[in-house]
Ligand binder design. Structure first.
Ligand code: ATP
Ligand code: LTN
Length: 338
């Protein structure tokens, strides 16, 4: 990690290893993480502990965790500048979580949209982890005294909760935890499903045509865009009621670096077919280097291990500063063991 980092503000974010990253994860979150590395001190991690709140086979979780780690690096995160680690390798997150649980109300957790959605999706397994998920997320953030958390719009409610927990803890025990800010990208904070553009594009969607994966090949990407659900109109415009076209314009603008207005102008008077093809081409070309870099990295398990081990060691050291402070504030008897 770069030295002058002591004065730099700290950025932290995580992603669950629940599958190959989607274009939504990429545009809404991960691709923004790389460019932040020069200005901020950055910590990114694979949230494997969050991933077990829904059923996942152990062998699959192990495999997906390593794949997610390699995908993060392939998306432009540089280990000379940032720490990238696996959540379960840094036990202090869950230690802090216990304390924070006691500053969190049952009522506020009951109101979390993601909890309600996931409970509806998995009615046979509404486990306590699913309910408590946002408190672990708060601990992930607060344990490093993070200044800013870059996430997609769907995570803002959890971030707001983390801020409330920090404020409540500080109110009760005195200034201890930094209250973090969210960082939402200007374009693409919520990329929608290609099959139902009123729903967010999600890794765990069971319809493969709804989701572009960052490792999809060019033909697959173009095929999925060709099938994207739009509307019965013919105008390429960014307007209320045109969810499918709005989503495609957002995606196109995000990968081409153009504004929505510039994109609308570019396709003025053209048919949906041509437009969809152009979006598919632009996305495939944009993702090609990520795919190549991933293919190289995933072969080198020894390198990946060296990276996640070193980074977790550094993260653990950093996190103890907050954990020790918190333990002292709440009145736990000090020990030489940490
Ligand atoms: P799952 O389907 O397993 O819940 P997910 O696709 O929602 O997964 P997460 O691991 O929960 O992905 O999210 C990782 C990051 O990607 C978060 O910052 C989240 O806000 C962002 N993100 C997820 N989906 C989208 C989307 N469709 N558009 C923009 N950002 C997104
Ligand atoms: N809950 C997030 C993943 C996540 C996270 C975090 C994001 C876990 N811990 C801390 C930001 C900061 C999600 O589902 N996207």
């Amino acid at each position: 990690m770069a030295d002058a980092s002591a004065e730099k503000k700290l950025i932290l974010s995580g992603i669950q290893p629940t599958g190959t990253f989607t274009l939504g994860n990429y545009i809404g979150a991960v691709r923004n993480w790389g460019p932040l590395q020069d200005e901020y001190r950055c910590l990114y991690f694979i949230a494997d502990q969050h991933a077990i709140t829904v059923k996942i086979e152990p062998a699959e979780l192990r495999k997906k965790t390593l794949e997610a780690y390699a995908q993060l690096l392939a998306c432009g995160i540089d280990l000379n500048k940032s720490l990238v680690f696996i959540q379960s390798h840094v036990p202090t997150h869950s230690q802090l979580m216990w304390v924070l649980n006691c500053s969190t109300q049952f009522g506020e957790l009951s109101r979390m949209t993601q909890f309600k959605d996931k409970s509806r999706k998995h009615p046979d397994d509404i486990n306590a982890g699913l309910f408590d998920y946002p408190v672990l997320m708060a601990a992930d953030i607060l344990i490093y005294q993070a200044d800013m958390v870059p996430v997609g719009v769907d995570q803002m409610q959890h971030l707001e909760l983390a801020r409330n927990i920090a404020n409540r803890f500080n109110g009760r025990y005195g200034e201890t935890l930094k209250v973090p800010e969210g960082y939402i990208p200007p374009i693409g904070a919520k990329v929608m499903s290609l099959q139902d553009p009123t729903k967010k594009m999600s890794k765990s969607d069971t319809n493969p045509n709804a989701v572009i994966l960052i490792l999809d090949d060019k033909d697959t990407i173009i095929r999925k865009f060709k099938r994207a659900v739009t509307d019965s109109d013919t105008e390429i415009a960014f307007k209320e009621g045109k969810d499918g076209i709005n989503n495609l314009l957002t995606i196109y603008s995000a990968v081409s670096g153009k504004t929505i207005e510039e994109s609308v102008k570019e396709f003025e008077g053209q048919g949906y077919g041509t437009f969809k093809m152009a979006v598919g081409e632009a996305v495939a070309d944009h993702l090609a280097p990520v795919r190549e870099e991933y293919a190289r990295l995933i072969q080198d398990k020894a390198y990946l291990k060296e990276c996640y081990t070193r980074c977790a060691g550094e993260a653990l050291k950093m996190s103890y500063r907050t954990l020790n402070k918190v333990y002292k504030k709440v009145g736990f008897v000090p020990t030489e063991l940490r």
